[in-house]
Design a protein. Structure first.
Length: 247
C-alpha cells in the first residue's frame, strides 16, 4: 500500500507488515529498505503514482539487512544499476539475509501470539522465503552524511542487528528508524513504540541503549520499519519503548 507524503517528500510503502520508503530530492529518489521480493511491483506502482520512472532512482540505502528489508535490493542493483548502501558491520547479513543473530526462538511467539503467524504468512506470500542477498554493497559508517538524495545522516543504532542504523533527514525533522524502534511488533502482535522482540534482535540490551541515539536526533516525525508513522516526536516514542523494555 502506497502512502504519499508520510512526511515531507518521504513516501511510505507498506507490504506485508513491513514498511520501506521513497525519499525525494528534486527529481532524484533514494529508496530506503526494500521490503520483500514482490515489493518490486510496489516500487513501480509508487513510481507511477509519483510521476517518476526507474531512472529517477539514484540509490538504495539499507537500515539493516534482515530478510524483510532486503526484498528487491539485489534486483535494483542489477537491473537499475544503482548502488546499495549498508553499514560496514551489516555486510555479512546483506549476503545472507536469513542468517542473523537473535536471542530467542520464534516458536514461543508463534504459540502465544497468533498475529505473528498472520504476519509471517503475509511475508511469505510476498516472496520473503526466496529473498536474494547482495553480490555487491557499498558501505557507510556511523556519522556519515550520505551523498544520496535526501542527504540522510547516519545514526548508528546497533542491537536489532550488529550494523543497524537509523537515517536522520535533519532538514525535514524526519527519522527513518528502521527496526531500531517500531510502532508495530509482528512477533507480539502489539502496537506502539517498542524494540523488536528477541526472536529477531541480536542484543536487546544494546537495542535499548541505542534508543539514546534516536532520542538525540530530536526528530519530530518517526518512520519505522513496521507500523504507522509516529507524529509525537522521538522523545515520547523512546520513553514508551524504554517503559516496555525487552520482550
Amino acid at each position: 500500500m502506497f502512502h504519499r507524503n508520510a512526511a515531507e517528500g518521504v513516501h511510505r510503502v507498506e507490504d506485508a507488515y513491513t514498511n520501506w520508503y521513497v525519499v525525494e530530492e528534486g527529481r532524484s529518489l533514494t529508496v530506503v529498505d526494500t521490503g520483500h521480493p514482490r515489493s518490486w511491483r510496489s516500487l513501480h506502482d509508487a513510481l507511477r503514482q509519483l510521476g517518476r520512472t526507474p531512472k529517477d532512482v539514484a540509490a538504495v540505502v539499507l537500515t539493516h539487512a534482515h530478510f524483510d528489508h532486503m526484498g528487491f535490493a539485489e534486483r535494483a542493483r542489477a537491473e537499475l544499476g544503482v548502488p546499495v548502501l549498508a553499514h560496514e558491520d551489516e555486510v555479512p547479513v546483506t549476503r545472507h539475509p536469513w542468517r542473523y543473530d537473535h536471542e530467542r526462538s520464534r516458536i514461543p511467539y508463534m504459540l502465544r501470539h497468533p498475529g505473528f503467524d498472520r504476519a509471517f504468512a503475509a511475508m511469505a506470500a510476498m516472496g520473503a522465503l526466496f529473498v536474494k542477498g547482495l553480490s555487491q554493497v557499498q558501505t557507510y559508517r556511523a556519522g556519515d552524511d550520505l551523498d544520496v538524495p535526501g542527504r540522510p545522516h547516519v545514526a548508528f543504532t546497533p542491537g536489532h542487528t550488529h550494523g543497524h542504523c537509523a537515517l536522520h533527514l535533519r532538514d525535514r525533522g524526519v527519522l527513518l528508524a528502521g527496526d531500531a524502534l517500531v510502532t508495530y511488533n509482528p512477533y507480539r502482535d502489539s502496537d506502539g513504540p517498542q524494540i523488536v522482540s528477541g526472536a529477531a534482535t541480536a542484543d536487546s540490551v544494546q537495542a535499548l541503549a541505542s534508543l539514546d541515539v534516536l532520542a538525540a536526533t530530536d526528530a519530530a516525525m518517526v518512520l519505522t520499519g513496521h507500523g504507522p508513522p509516529w507524529t509525537h516526536g522521538i522523545a515520547s516514542a523512546v520513553d514508551r519503548a524504554r517503559s516496555l523494555g525487552a520482550t
